[in-house]
Design a protein around this ligand. Structure first.
Ligand SMILES: CC(C)(COP(=O)(O)OP(=O)(O)OC[C@H]1O[C@@H](n2cnc3c(N)ncnc32)[C@H](O)[C@@H]1OP(=O)(O)O)[C@@H](O)C(=O)NCCC(=O)NCCS
Length: 352
């Protein structure tokens, strides 16, 4: 609110997944509004697993577009470190069907391990090619003031890190951490009144898929990623070639590789070719996760989708510091909930 020079807004929408489960705290919409001294405004907590932040943004965008609200805060927040990791892992499995999947004891690392193995088999991709994705994220995080893991790692470090769920190793997993991020939304007219550097939400799209992997015919693509991105490109009247900066949901590095394909940046099965020659690094063809992504910036789950929006907005405002993408005008953010079962696609653009 201080960045936007505001002391009053009329809506607060909070993305969060685990507060009820880990802190026994619900009603976050009114709690956050109270914390900033507000009563009498529209409030809601929005829960869509790890896509809670992205879906909260979608709700906020629709509240502005419909005229229901004039000035809205969309926040994402998660506190994961107040409980031991096994409790957090069990809480995260709340995104899955309790009867058919979660009850088996498998974790999200395990589910993504099945995807990674299927992908490597189908496209004959060795682990060392996928291992380049977290190397780039860690490199970008070195210049990211709010990153969780600020250390440089090599492909060898990734390949020698402990196995978590075969074939996924520690340095291919996002971590467990706390975090929060927030943006203010307004109509175009209002935004121009309150700031000299407004950023347009050119498209806000959501698509879902089946809740679980065994209900799908192909584990190596996320249909909801393809569908949400095509909806977003159509609404913003752009294509993948127009995107200057990209945020993808690399909760596990295999998901980062698949996102490059599903969002239309490279042919299916060829995602790792973009990891060669610095093509997803700042200065490359499609700079990706320029603040470190979920792997190195962190993945406080309900906050992640809003972090991505803040980071794309910073790039478009020229405020990304040493990782600034020169001349960035259009950015895309992909946020995934569950095992690709709810996916958001947001396209942001400079308004000048
Ligand atoms: C991978 C995972 C199981 C590791 O948890 P853990 O074994 O309990 O690890 P700890 O928290 O005890 O940390 C042990 C060490 O590993 C490091 N570490 C933990 N997770 C890490 C990660 N993802 N990447 C890099 N380092 C990590 C810690 O910093 C710590 O280092 P130190 O010994 O130098 O201090 C945990 O990070 C995890 O569950 N990640 C996935 C989260 C998830 O599923 N999110 C939702 C996605 S849909």
């Amino acid at each position: 609110m201080s960045d936007a020079g505001l002391n009053r807004i009329d809506g607060v929408y909070v993305g969060n997944m685990l507060s009820g489960c880990l802190q026994r705290q619900e009603n976050l919409g009114t709690m956050m509004a109270n914390a900033i001294g507000l009563t009498g405004v529209s409030v809601a907590k929005v829960e869509s697993a790890c896509a809670s932040g992205g879906v909260a943004l979608h709700v906020g965008v629709n509240a502005i577009a419909s005229g229901a609200n004039d000035l809205v805060m969309v926040a994402g927040v998660e506190k994961m470190t107040s409980q031991p990791n096994p409790n957090v892992t069990a809480g995260l499995m709340g995104a899955e069907d309790q009867m058919t999947v979660a009850g088996s004891g498998i974790s999200f690392v395990g589910l993504n391990a099945m995807i990674a193995q299927a992908y490597m088999d189908k496209f004959s991709v060795p682990p060392e090619k996928i291992a380049r994705f977290p190397v780039v994220c860690h490199k970008h995080a070195l210049n990211s003031p709010h990153a969780q893991f600020k250390k440089s790692v090599t492909v060898d470090d990734v390949l020698n890190s402990p196995m978590v769920a075969d074939p996924i190793r520690l340095y291919e997993c996002s971590g467990i951490g706390d975090g929060a991020a927030a943006v203010i939304l307004a109509s175009e007219e209002k935004a121009r009144e309150i700031t000299d550097s407004p950023i347009l939400v050119a498209a806000s799209a959501v698509a879902n898929d089946t809740q679980s992997l065994h209900q799908r015919s192909d584990m190596t693509t996320f249909d909801a990623s393809v569908t949400s991105s095509r909806k977003a490109y159509e609404r913003a009247k752009v294509s993948a070639e127009d995107i200057d900066v990209l945020e993808v949901h690399d909760a596990f590095s295999i998901l980062g590789v698949m996102a490059l394909e599903d969002l239309g940046f490279v042919e299916k099965g060829k995602g790792t070719t973009l990891l060669e020659d610095g093509q997803i690094e700042v200065g490359g063809m499609i700079p990706t996760n320029t603040f470190g992504g979920l792997k190195a910036r962190g993945h406080p789950v309900g906050a992640t989708g809003v972090y991505q929006i803040v980071e794309v907005a910073k790039q478009l405002r020229g405020e990304a510091g040493r990782n600034q993408v020169a001349g960035a005008e259009t950015g895309y953010a992909q946020n995934i909930g569950g095992i690709g079962s709810t996916i958001t696609g947001h396209i942001l653009a400079r308004m000048d």
